[in-house]
Design a protein around this ligand. Sequence first.
Ligand code: AHR
Length: 628
Amino acid sequence: LKVKVPEGQAKPISDKLIGVFFEDINYGADGGLYAELVQNRDFEYVAGENGRVKDWGPVYAWSVEGAGMQMSVKSERPIHENNSHYLALDVEHAGASLVNSGFDGMVIKEGEKYDFSFFGRMQGGKSGKLRVCLRDESGNVLADKTVSVSSGGWKKKSAVLRAEASSDKAVLTLSPLAEGSYELDMVSLFPQNTFKGHKNGLRADLAQAIADLHPRFVRFPGGCASHGQGLENIYRWKNTVGPLESRKPMKNIWGYHQTMGLGYFEYFQFCEDMGAEPLPVLAAGVPCQNSACIPGKLLGGGQQGGIPMDEMDEYVQDILDLIDYANADPKNNKWAKMRAEAGHPEPFGLKYIGIGNEDQITDVFEERFAMIYKAIKEKHPEITVIGTVGPFYEGTDYEEGWDLADRLKLPMVDEHYYNTPGWFIYNQNYYDGYDRSGSKVYLGEYAAHLPGRPNNIETALAEALYLTAVERNGDIVRMTSYAPLLAKEGYTQWNPDLIYFNNREVKPTAGYYTQLLFGQNAGDTYLPVECAVDNQREDVRERIATSVVRDSRTGDLIVKMVNLLPVPVKADLDLPFGTSDSSASLHVLSGKPADKNVKPVSSSLAVGEDLAYEMPAYSLSVFRISSD
Ligand code: AHR
């Protein structure tokens, strides 16, 4: 392979090419990124539909151990109408405990501190006391404190528990120390060690794994979770902000419960912590596929519906209010005031909003989408609205979506495609012919899928190969995000994902490292390369790719080389002026096609304008050549 980078043909490309797609799928939020350790803290779980979670109800994950105490669920005079159920404990005598099993147990670490809190009230005029314990599987106490429960109205009480020992399967127990009628809600336990130390924060190790990708934006809260399963299930941002006890929990489209503790404020804060642009995606006034859909499947015609047109003004206003929540001045805007009250008086600097998520482009959709787009454009021309070009399933295409985008002159559209590695290999020219005067592209969901849906070297390198082509087309493709991001072992509805995890460990995939190498080595100028492969076979040539970008912030030149062949390939690189006698770091991700447990290997080297390099078989190599 001969690679020449001719001088003087550089073109600017997007500096936001690599971002992340966060959706509450596969227990990504509750039980995942959201650091809350108590499951069903609000007693709001509803019985599952779709046959997914049959035994769910308001006491799911709670039990009583011992005699002399009964639990029941009540809803008279709740803390807040959005959180209408709470737990009542009728205690005849001390001795029994209320137990929360967490999300299959809680990981508790010796020496670490945990914030415990709850809302409580006693009926009958007497105050009460609870012994709060963290216990391991054998019942040994890891930490404990006593808290009081006042008579009268709801009162929030808190305590800090310091663990004297560790356990991966701990439970939280609350033991009344005297008889009486106890009422409890919002029973919560957070590690103090959250990402950036925020209260109501994110699991530090998982959030760090995401931050390590250097994402330039975060799309949230979905995917299908954004538009929901039927009208009532549309994700409404206003239900997810404000005091935790006033947020409105909801079952999500993937069949499990969202507390909304990880809500819009927390998403914005996470983006800010990582230096990433927030990219909320909101329903276009229609739920999944304009109806009650099953994710991943198109329903037949005739089942269409959207928010009734006489309610659309209110829905549009909600979206405009979100822009104010993120960006307006708290002195003169009530939504911005709410942001300030949550601890963030400064604006979050929202620049992008996605409207719609791979919806069928029907009249119902178009009417509502156009109304929302017009309103945002008029009131907030500074916001880039990203439309959708529709679903990407067998037998569908993007024609109607692109027609709509052209008609409305949308600044950007969201494309989704999951395909075989072969598709990614043979479609590297996908964007080469795109009309540069039309809407820009956000490739919002993509991943290489193999039978059995593994995430391995074969899929990771197919994605890397394709990303070199995306960099080449970084003038029209402005953003990309692999999907989905997170998956909890034992609770995945969708494979492959980028990061698997359990309560204790974070397990990045091969594809994660492709994203990391592209994210950490992004540029904002593309330097066209002339590649001469010494082989006439197309299937050989298509499996080798090179892209060269420059990062203007550091001046570094970055060369990415992908070899999807089973043999090493010798490459002679003729690098552009300014790289003689420079130092470089080299990061190589390689393995056998089916390998999953891989990591890039890094080294340093000196490079000149002429560089001879042998690409290992099945590899992605990234050279970062520093400017001095
Ligand atoms: O990424 C998983 C799902 O795939 C998303 O929720 C949806 O948009 C797509 O169908």
